[in-house]
Design a protein around this ligand. Structure first.
Ligand code: XMP
Length: 507
């Protein structure tokens, strides 16, 4: 049986990161809402409680009945998780005199405690909390302190229960992964048996058993997730898989042709549908970003449906949904920033069952599985690209001519990143066509043409992002090439906004 660690989510921004770190230790884990602990699941070997934007005293703070897990599994509380266990078991949590935020060093720690096995003196940790534990419950002992935080980590004596007020999951906690390993492997007894090879073997066997001789339809987007899902399914059921790849006319330059070629080389059974005319017609004159997304989403489903209906004996719709798409994250604000368009949504009358073979994987794991399946590196390391494509990178209305300008500029930028060895250093990159014209001079001629913005970001999950600090020489070359080679553009800017407060895409 595949062992698992359960991470209970109390709404922290770093909960997913805890999950990723545990997976990096080749341990399977599941992130669940704080109040959805799975009772009677024999594969659970330990529990981690995440941080939270709440204070334990807030009326709406998330609370659980610790007796459901205490004494049954080893438990590690992180930040709020640590404060909550201490508070619930009789300790005191109060607002810190000054917010404890940023780097700190463990000035002392219990060298004998299994949680700190292998730790260096003064190990750097990352703090981020407004409250602090001022008194521990009676049977708790302090096992680490920083110069400002006495109760930086504790253990309940005689119990398998630990708490740390710092965040071992973030990069700046230098030995954070070691701490998680100590917990997951040494304390919980994790066998570290989660690997790409084992995933492929078990999933292919499961898909064979689940799908039998049924016919399956899958929507390909050219992106990593749907491509890996297709190759995995192809390995399991071969010709019973039919893939549909819709060209809405707003893909990157030559992308449709190149990706179709890749898919065919992979032996996939793919139907390519050029529906660009329909999309351009329906988008004519539309300038509102949300409206554009809605039209593209609707048209996409129509085109996909029409194709899918031709496969009359299909029983399943497969999707490249990955774990972060599914995690029922606790959105405290309840606000939608941008509506994301998803493939699928076939009408109910088709009666298709859903098959999501990557639903447990993080993005980096999808890439590892792709490599395990022998897929070409350029398909695996491809940057994320939004479903509505260049439509959300053309500010204002969309015309084939604007798409042409943007495709040419984008192609120079992306090819440049590859040539300079920078492509793999950024999370994603692209060009935005601005709805303004500016004056320039070319030769002796005055020009009055479009401006474009280059966008390149670093990120780990697209939830937060920083602008990529690309070399000036590179930007100079790209700017020069775009202005000289792309008819209709005479000015290039670089977007230096981070997310938040900006977003990665401009629309
Ligand atoms: P934002 O702009 O919200 O983007 O910071 C975060 C990530 O999501 C991608 N993105 C989309 N993907 N449909 C998609 O499939 C969409 O409508 C969409 N909007 C943004 C974006 O490229 C980035 O990777």
């Amino acid at each position: 049986m595949q062992q698992k660690i359960i991470i209970l989510d109390f709404g922290s921004q770093t909960t997913q990161l805890i999950g990723r770190r545990v997976r990096e230790l080749d341990m399977f884990c599941e992130i669940l809402p704080y109040n959805k602990f799975p009772k009677d699941d024999p594969s659970v070997i330990g529990v981690i409680l995440s941080g939270s934007p709440f204070s334990v005293y807030d009326e709406s703070a998330f609370k659980i009945n610790l007796n459901e897990i205490r004494g049954k599994y080893p438990i590690l509380g992180i930040c709020y998780g640590a404060q909550y266990m201490s508070y619930a078991l009789g300790g005191k949590v109060e607002p810190a005199a000054s917010r404890e935020y940023g780097r700190a060093n463990l000035m002392s720690f219990d060298h004998e405690n299994p949680l700190f096995k292998g730790f260096d003196e003064h190990s750097q940790v990352w703090m981020s909390h407004g409250d602090t534990i001022t008194a521990l419950p009676e049977h708790f002992k302090v096992i680490a302190s920083t110069d400002k935080v006495v109760n930086a980590a504790y253990q309940a004596e005689g119990e398998q229960l630990w708490g740390v007020q710092f965040h071992p999951e973030v990069f700046h906690s230098v030995q954070g992964t070691l701490l998680l390993k100590n917990f997951v492997v040494d304390i919980c007894g994790g066998k570290q048996d989660w690997s790409a090879a084992s995933f492929v073997d078990t999933t292919v066997a499961e898909l064979k058993a689940q799908l039998g001789n049924d016919r399956v339809i899958l929507g390909l987007s050219g992106g990593v997730d749907s491509s890996v899902a297709a190759v995995l399914l192809n390995k399991a059921i071969g010709k019973n898989l039919t893939c549909i790849f819709v060209d809405h006319g707003m893909l990157r330059k030559n992308e449709f042709k190149n990706v179709m070629h890749d898919y065919e080389c992979l032996g996939l059974n793919v139907i390519g549908v050029d529906a660009s005319e329909k999309f351009f017609k329906d988008l004519e004159g539309v300038t509102d970003p949300e409206q554009k997304r809605k039209i593209i989403g609707r048209d996409f489903i129509e085109v996909f449906d029409a194709e899918a209906h031709k496969i009359t004996d299909a029983k399943w719709l497969a999707q490249g949904t990955i774990y972060p798409d599914r995690i029922e994250s606790l959105n405290i604000t309840g606000k939608t920033i941008k509506s994301h368009h998803n493939v699928g949504g076939l009408p109910e009358e088709m009666n298709l069952k859903l098959c999501e073979p990557l639903q447990w994987l993080f993005k980096d794991e999808v890439r590892r599985v792709g490599r395990q399946l022998g897929m070409p590196e350029h398909l695996i390391t491809r940057h994320p690209f939004p479903g509505p494509g260049l439509a959300v990178r053309i500010l204002g209305d969309i015309t084939p001519e604007k798409v042409r300008i943007l495709q040419d500029a984008d192609d120079i930028f992306i090819q440049g990143l590859r040539d300079w060895g920078l492509y793999d250093q950024v999370w994603q990159a692209g060009v935005i066509l601005l709805p303004i014209k500016s004056v320039g001079v070319m030769g002796d001629e005055r020009t009055y043409e479009r401006a474009v913005a280059l966008r390149a970001v670093t990120s780990t999950d697209a939830m937060t992002a920083d602008w990529a600090h690309l070399p000036y020489e590179f930007m100079a070359k790209v700017s020069n090439d775009i202005i000289n080679k792309v008819r209709g553009v005479n000015r290039v800017c670089y977007d230096i906004s981070s997310k938040p407060p900006s977003t990665i895409e401009w629309e």
